[in-house]
Design a protein around this ligand. Structure first.
Ligand SMILES: [Zn+2]
Length: 553
């Protein structure tokens, strides 16, 4: 049933039929803005001899283009650079380009689409200014493409779009059931039709539609998440079959062969909404969708660590535009308290570390490399903000970020969160989080004397280090301290013994006596940086602490 050769005329015809059906019959898949309102800075013209064009210098009669979603891999990628730009504009010898690119040109020509967009050739790779500007336009490049072709199973440019298939994995076996009669192959098609139960189709074991895409190497790469989500339609060239996805329909090659274009439309269930290709609109999105996306996104990897925010820039712009929220370092200011409550997701085989080059402030999930998870929901935060109990909740007074270059959604060179909240000083001793105890042996601070930051700090220092102990109090640093709460360090290597400052973030009304806190390290008098997250800490521990106003960087 499935073509052995994904490059056969029949295979190309199937893809063309799916693209045309979508373009003509799916109102949901029509671009939000006219096709001519955005053009990538550069495109590759495939109509005649292959060459790079600059769209500002050219009038395009038919501006449709196919975009490529692919892995660069470890092989040296052919790129456009400041030195090669001129020659690329004059013409490119196709035979020198990787197989994936050549496959893409074949598709474009066969569909009579005059242009294609490939990142390595359409962005000047050695010009930081060009790269930064183009990276910030990437979302629009994919969302305005006629169709995106995804090299789902190719680790690098040599893999191609058209991947050879294993016949045994794809073919349906027909078993004929004509008891006491002649062997089935002696029957004509008409006779078979008159015996509807006579043929049993045995399908080879087959992964789900989503698995076909997700198990490909392309789905492990960071850049390709927004490429998939923002494209109006995508053809995934997997190593088993070709898979179609648009805002209206999801369809596999098997579906197409079984029931044609009427097949494969899938109702969007809640669990698949993460990949709902409909763009972010108020009726289908909430903050939770963003957090789910970030969870998935942080499991993906990059060749360059510093791309982590840049490769989400297009998606962030889309959400910002649709929802009117304000974006800072991978989080939304309108739901910032929920956004601050993240922790590393330590599943087998994962590793967490800080990237070599600064890319985001410590309070953002983007400051660390490795999978993360969000710990709370927006609903919980909203509920808490309505609770009057003692009026204790973190107030974010201001958020500022400084982009590394021009893209405010991309890599950052600084970021600062100014907050007013309740802070407690504790310590890590011999690997345990400890809190000073008062003379009654309770975890509670005596009285309200620690209500200002300075006094409170002083009190803790005295109790903690035994420097200004009053007579009768234990002098050993370990004595008079008890373990409490669960502190998880963002990076395991940062868990050495030290003072640690706990900023109460979430009231945690379930269970009522416990709350969450951000664990901070002090940089200077008012400046702190996040090093971890504490869950299930007793609210009582914060009772005697007054409000402080601090900056977290
Ligand atoms: Zn469609």
């Amino acid at each position: 049933m499935i073509e052995d050769d994904p490059a056969s005329e029949a295979s190309l015809e199937m893809i063309r039929a799916m693209v045309e059906d979508c373009a003509e019959n799916h109102p949901e898949c029509k671009p939000d803005t006219p096709i001519t309102s955005f053009l990538p800075t550069r495109l590759l013209s495939v109509s005649d001899k292959l060459k790079l064009i600059e769209t500002s210098n050219t009038t395009l009669d038919d501006p449709r283009y196919l975009a490529l979603s692919h892995c660069w891999g470890l092989t040296k990628m052919i790129t456009t650079t400041t030195a090669t730009l001129k020659s690329r504009l004059a013409g490119i010898d196709e035979t020198t380009l990787p197989k994936t690119f050549q496959n893409l040109f074949r598709l474009a020509r066969s569909f009579k689409v005059p242009y294609v967009w490939i990142d390595s050739l359409c962005i000047i790779q050695d010009s930081p200014a060009d790269w930064d500007r183009e990276a910030s336009l990437m979302g629009r490049v994919y969302s305005s493409s006629h169709c995106t072709m995804a090299a789902a199973a190719s680790p690098d440019g040599n893999g191609g779009l058209f991947i050879e298939r294993n016949h045994l994995e794809t073919q349906i076996c027909d078993i004929f059931n004509f008891p006491n009669e002649a062997p089935a192959n002696l029957y004509t098609e008409e006779e078979e039709d008159s015996h509807p139960n006579a043929v049993i189709n045995i399908f080879p074991p087959r992964p789900s539609w989503e698995k076909l895409i997700e198990q490909g190497i392309l789905s492990t790469r960071g850049w390709t998440l927004q490429e998939r989500l923002l494209s109006p339609r995508v053809v995934h060239f997997t190593n088993r079959e070709t898979v179609w996805e648009c805002r209206t329909a999801q369809r596999s090659e098997m579906d197409y062969h079984m029931s044609g274009l009427a097949s494969g439309s899938v109702a969007m269930t809640d669990s698949s909404r993460i990949f709902d290709k409909r763009p972010f609109k108020t009726e289908v999105v909430d903050f939770a969708r963003w957090y789910r996306l970030v969870n998935l996104y942080t499991r993906r990897s990059f060749t360059k660590d510093q791309d982590r925010l840049a490769a989400l820039s297009g998606l962030a712009q889309e959400v910002q535009q649709k929802m009117g929220w304000h974006y800072s370092a991978g989080l939304w200011e309108e739901d910032i308290v929920t956004g601050l409550a993240w922790a590393p997701n330590r599943t087998p085989g994962t590793e967490h570390y800080r990237p070599q080059t600064y890319r985001a402030p410590s309070w953002s999930w983007a400051s660390i490399e490795g999978p993360i998870k969000f710990l709370r929901s927006s609903e919980e935060t909203k509920e808490e903000s309505n609770i009057e109990s003692d009026g204790i909740q973190l107030k974010v007074l201001s958020i500022s970020v400084v982009p590394f270059r021009s893209d405010p959604y991309g890599m950052l060179k600084a970021g600062c969160l100014t907050v007013r909240g309740v802070m407690l000083i504790a310590a890590i001793q011999k690997g345990s989080l400890v809190l000073p105890q008062d003379s009654q042996g309770s975890q509670k601070h005596n009285g309200k004397t620690g209500s200002s930051w300075r006094k409170f700090h002083h009190w803790i220092r005295r109790g903690e280090k035994g420097q200004q102990n009053t007579p009768g109090q234990p002098r050993e640093p370990d004595a008079g301290k008890v373990s409490f709460g669960n502190l998880e360090f963002d990076i395991p290597g940062e868990s050495q013994d030290q003072d640690v400052y706990l900023l109460q973030v979430c009231l945690g009304n379930k269970p009522p006596a416990l709350c969450d806190a951000m664990a901070l390290q002090r940089e200077s008098s008012r400046k702190f940086r996040r090093i971890g997250w504490v869950t299930r800490i007793s609210k009582e521990a914060f009772e005697a602490c007054g409000y402080v106003e601090i900056e977290i960087e």
